[in-house]
Design a protein around this ligand. Structure first.
Ligand SMILES: NC(=O)C1=CN([C@@H]2O[C@H](COP(=O)(O)OP(=O)(O)OC[C@H]3O[C@@H](n4cnc5c(N)ncnc54)[C@H](O)[C@@H]3O)[C@@H](O)[C@H]2O)C=CC1
Ligand SMILES: O=C(O)[C@H]1O[C@H](OP(=O)(O)OP(=O)(O)OC[C@H]2O[C@@H](n3ccc(=O)[nH]c3=O)[C@H](O)[C@@H]2O)[C@H](O)[C@@H](O)[C@@H]1O
Length: 446
């Protein structure tokens, strides 16, 4: 099939490349001339494991093209996929400016019947609105189909080739059939729905996963106070098939370009329909608070933070990506800078992106994980990259006068820690319970 994908970000680029790998002829279009230049020169503008090899192969086999010129692909395309951003407006609602603009551009260029598939995450009712927008511009026949995307950054290629399900929302059987045909090689179940239901499935799925994370984080906070171990609790819960083991890792709260944005958008969407989504509001609030666990532990370990040097391991919102959008590292580093700390930051791939948002005279950009640790009073692990997981804790202990490790991702086990003699503060287990009691005591006496 001939396909045009609009937007070569984390979703559009991966999807376009994977459709090419399935044997389709794909033109990927972006307004960002820099991104397209990188792609035309044989590189990729994002860090995503496995993507570069697929780009190389499909460009070489002349199935994959990159351009800033929408006209180039759209003329012969049977399917045009929209994968542009839907970032949050200040009130939390999704900003639909980019998608409406893209829709108008498509409408002005199509010459024959075309199927328009919307992969961007959009509020319920948007597909219908886009249809109206396009009808104002063209008399050529087209159909709109909602095909929400569920890939995760860092495992996006594998997720695209092995999806749990393909959701297709639409009104025209012809258009639905075309989308089914495109995805048939993936061997995943199809769920065919109304447009509005497909849009809601995407928001509800992300909101549910975010809820699972905030739930387990609250259980972790209670474990800290009562002396239970969240890792044992998560394992014990997750073996119940009705609960499932995924997304039960307690930590410093979810980040990324989607959970924070989509939870807030769904709260707004519900509010606009006169429904107060209380549960999801709490999920968001708990998530915000969870980042402060790292600070609380630092204060307990070091006392006064002013003048202390803190190493941060990991700036990306999760391992396997260079994406720092809504990364918990922003709130934590900002708080520490405001408290008068010196910071030594290191991330294996996200340093450049993080630095484009934050710079400060008190930040030292370390060359590697050990360079960050040098002369630090404490180390905070914020992203569970493999290089941090593989750290030899005995060597680590020798690098610091008093080795203190605040682990925001529960990467190390108690035995490793005991053997190495590191003072260790994980999420949701001892010895934090003692610390919390002491804090409570000191609050009560002050
Ligand atoms: N990042 C992720 O893991 C996932 C994102 N989504 C959703 O997919 C959508 C895209 O997300 P990302 O890929 O992360 O965004 P992104 O910000 O990485 O990429 C969007 C791209 O669209 C381009 N663009 C905007 N308007 C354009 C136009 N008129 N013509 C051509 N290009 C245009 C931008 O220049 C940018 O490169 C969002 O709605 C998001 O919620 C869904 C599932 C996973
Ligand atoms: O709509 C989207 O954009 C995507 O959002 C998430 O994918 P992503 O944000 O790439 O990454 P996740 O692996 O879901 O992690 C999100 C955040 O939750 C955190 N997390 C995840 C799992 C867990 O058990 N605990 C936890 O704190 C991660 O550290 C990360 O900060 C969803 O998992 C995808 O299905 C969805 O397509």
């Amino acid at each position: 099939m001939k396909i045009t994908v609009i937007g070569t970000g984390y979703v559009g680029l991966v999807s376009g490349v994977c459709y090419a790998e399935l044997g389709n002829e794909v033109v990927c279009v972006d307004k960002d001339a820099h991104k397209i230049k990188v792609l035309e020169n044989g590189g990729i503008p994002i860090y995503e494991p496995g993507l570069q090899q697929l780009v190389d192969r499909n460009v070489q086999q002349e199935r994959l093209y990159f351009t800033t010129d929408l006209k180039r692909g759209i003329k012969d395309s049977e399917i045009v996929i929209i994968a542009v951003g839907t970032p949050p407006l200040p009130n939390g609602e999704a900003d639909l400016r980019y998608i409406e603009f893209a829709a108008r551009e498509i409408a002005a260029l199509i010459e024959n019947y075309t199927v328009i598939a919307i992969k961007s995450t959009v509020p319920v009712g948007t597909n219908n609105r886009i249809k109206q927008v396009m009808k104002e511009v063209t008399e050529v026949e087209f159909d709109i189909v909602s095909v929400p995307e569920f890939l995760r950054e860092g495992s996006a290629v594998n997720d695209t080739f092995n999806p749990d399900r393909i959701i297709i929302g639409g009104e025209s059987q012809n258009a639905i059939d075309r989308i089914v045909e495109l995805h048939k090689p993936l061997n995943a179940p199809f769920v065919i729905t109304e447009l509005r239901s497909a849009e809601m499935i995407k928001y509800a799925s992300n909101a549910f996963l975010a809820t699972k994370i905030s739930f387990i984080n609250e259980i972790a906070n209670i474990c800290e106070r009562l002396g239970a171990d969240i890792r044992e609790v998560s394992r014990g819960m997750g073996l119940d098939k009705r609960i499932g083991k995924d997304f039960l890792n307690a930590g410093i709260g979810y980040g990324g370009s989607c959970f924070p944005k989509d939870t807030k958008a769904l709260i707004q969407l519900a509010g606009n329909a006169d429904y107060d989504f209380k549960l999801l509001k709490s999920v968001v609030e708990v998530n915000q608070m969870q980042r402060m666990g790292v600070i609380r532990k630092l204060k307990y370990a070091l006392g006064e933070l002013k003048g202390k040097t803190i190493a941060i391991w990991g700036l990306a919102f999760k391992p396997g990506t260079d994406d720092v959008r809504e990364s918990p590292a922003f709130e934590i580093t900002n708080y520490l800078l405001k408290s008068g700390c010196m910071l030594r930051l290191y991330d294996p791939v996200a340093m450049g992106n993080f630095r484009s948002y934050v710079d400060h005279a008190n930040i030292f950009w370390a060359e590697n994980e050990w360079d960050a640790v040098a002369s630090s009073d404490a180390v905070c692990l914020l992203t569970e990259w493999d290089i941090f997981k593989q750290i030899d804790l005995k060597v680590f202990a020798k690098q610091m006068e008093e080795p203190i490790l605040i682990d925001g991702r529960n990467v190390f086990n108690v035995k490793q820690i005991k053997d190495a003699g590191v003072t260790y503060y994980p999420v949701g287990s001892s010895p934090i319970n003692e610390m919390v009691f002491e804090l409570e005591k000191s609050k009560a006496t002050n």
